[in-house]
Design a protein around this ligand. Structure first.
Ligand code: MG
Length: 406
């Protein structure tokens, strides 16, 4: 059996989670400019007719009380990595299909599918406060259709015997690969449900939509799908970059705080994926669009923001860019391998609490959201900062402040 796991209204749900004031309100994630498009809509927004892919301008018209939030892909990537880590703890074969969905091959998993699905949903809710819908079926096609049918926040198991009763009444548009032009062609021949397709000779389908697509449609209409679950090959590098709204001088403090933010995000994703990297690459794009990159390879793999940041600053300082005007800065970690040993030493320090501290931060964030804790130097002036002896932990208003996470 194959399991398809899909987070409900993922980007919108992450925004609602980290801004408690948005809970229960219609929220859309999308660029807020005049040409923005809705990337994700909360169920409250969907109830008013807001849809993914809709221009934000139109979404605001159909739902005047809509709250539109600009996307934060770094945050979604971190949350996604945390959820994928949960899924990977239940099956060795996990294939992420996008940031918010994945297929699991259940062969060799020591739970009945329904029990496993409930465990997964419970774990993701407990650790991330995100609703995960799950479909289980004899192949990828049925598992995915089942998770769609289970939404929101549901579970549907379709046994092989139940496939015809589940599949045949569905609209043909639910099948993968049936887009607007295929739908138009099928409709001309009066074919609107999967049952219609199943009752049509494959030769006829091939004539209507073309040989390859017709072949696939006929197979899907019979509930057949031989696509295997292909576990994701380990990423070989990971990182991010920031373009500044205005060019920044190389000495400006913003360079360092940006490197720290990028190091933080990369380190969280490394640890969530259970990997560490040995090579830190810094990329700089100048005001005239020239781009340079410099790397440094460490003796041991690291997965801590402290180490990534220290290395990135050394690399950056070694570039000798004193007078440069900088447009973009990036940080990438390469040479990824198995996770760092928990007792590893951070650069140049014997006894230190960085590893323990950052892993504690991971656990707090898994529970309360990414904005709940971070280095004090990333806080803007005026923000509330909670200090404890020997460490500095900040709370961001508008994150999950108020839950007592520090
Ligand atoms: Mg989803």
């Amino acid at each position: 059996m194959i399991l398809h796991a899909d987070l409900d209204a993922f980007y919108a749900a992450v925004e609602q989670r980290r801004r408690p004031g948005l809970a229960g309100r219609p929220v859309a994630v999308g660029a807020t400019g005049p040409r923005g498009v809705v990337m994700s809509a909360s169920y409250e927004a969907r109830a008013s007719g807001v849809e993914s892919g809709q221009p934000v301008v139109r979404a605001r018209r159909v739902c005047p009380e809509l709250v539109v939030v600009a996307p934060d892909m770094d945050e979604y990537a971190v949350v996604s990595a945390n959820v994928m880590a949960v899924l990977s703890s239940f099956s060795r074969k996990v294939e992420p299909a996008s940031l918010d969905e994945a297929y699991l091959d259940l062969a060799g998993v020591p739970f009945r599918p329904r029990v496993l699905a409930e465990l997964l949903r419970e774990r993701v809710w407990q650790e991330q406060r995100l609703a995960l819908s799950v479909g289980v079926g004899p192949n990828k096609l049925i598992a995915k259709l089942a998770s769609v049918a289970a939404k929101p926040d549901g579970l549907l198991v379709v046994t092989p015997a139940e496939v015809p009763g589940f599949l045949l009444p569905l609209p043909a548009t639910r099948l993968p690969g049936v887009g607007p032009s295929t739908t138009a062609a099928l409709t001309r021949f009066g074919l609107t449900t999967v049952a219609d397709l199943a009752a049509t000779p494959p030769d006829t389908l091939r004539r209507i939509v073309g040989a390859a697509a017709g072949e696939q449609l006929a197979r899907f209409a019979r509930g057949e799908d031989l696509r295997p679950v292909v576990p994701q090959r380990a990423e070989r590098s990971l990182g991010g970059e920031r373009t500044f709204p205005a060019d920044v001088s190389a000495e400006h403090e913003l360079i360092r705080t940006t490197l720290l933010r990028l190091a933080e995000s990369a380190a969280a994703r490394l640890r969530a994926a259970g990997v560490a990297g040995r090579t830190v690459t810094v990329k700089v794009r100048f005001a005239d669009l020239r781009t340079v990159t410099r790397s440094r390879t460490l003796p041991e793999p690291v997965d801590l923001a402290h180490d990534l940041y220290a290395t990135a600053v050394q690399v950056f300082d070694g570039m000798g860019l004193a007078r440069a005007r900088i447009r973009l800065i990036g940080l990438r970690v390469e040479g990824l391998g198995q996770g760092a040993r928990p007792q590893q030493m951070a650069l140049g320090e014997r006894e230190h609490g960085w590893s323990e501290l950052e892993r504690t931060v991971d656990r707090v964030r898994a529970k309360f959201g990414t904005a709940s804790v971070g280095p004090a130097s990333l806080l803007e002036p005026g923000r509330e900062v909670a200090r404890e002896p020997g460490r500095e932990v900040g709370k961001e208003p508008g994150g999950d402040a108020g839950k007592g996470t520090s």
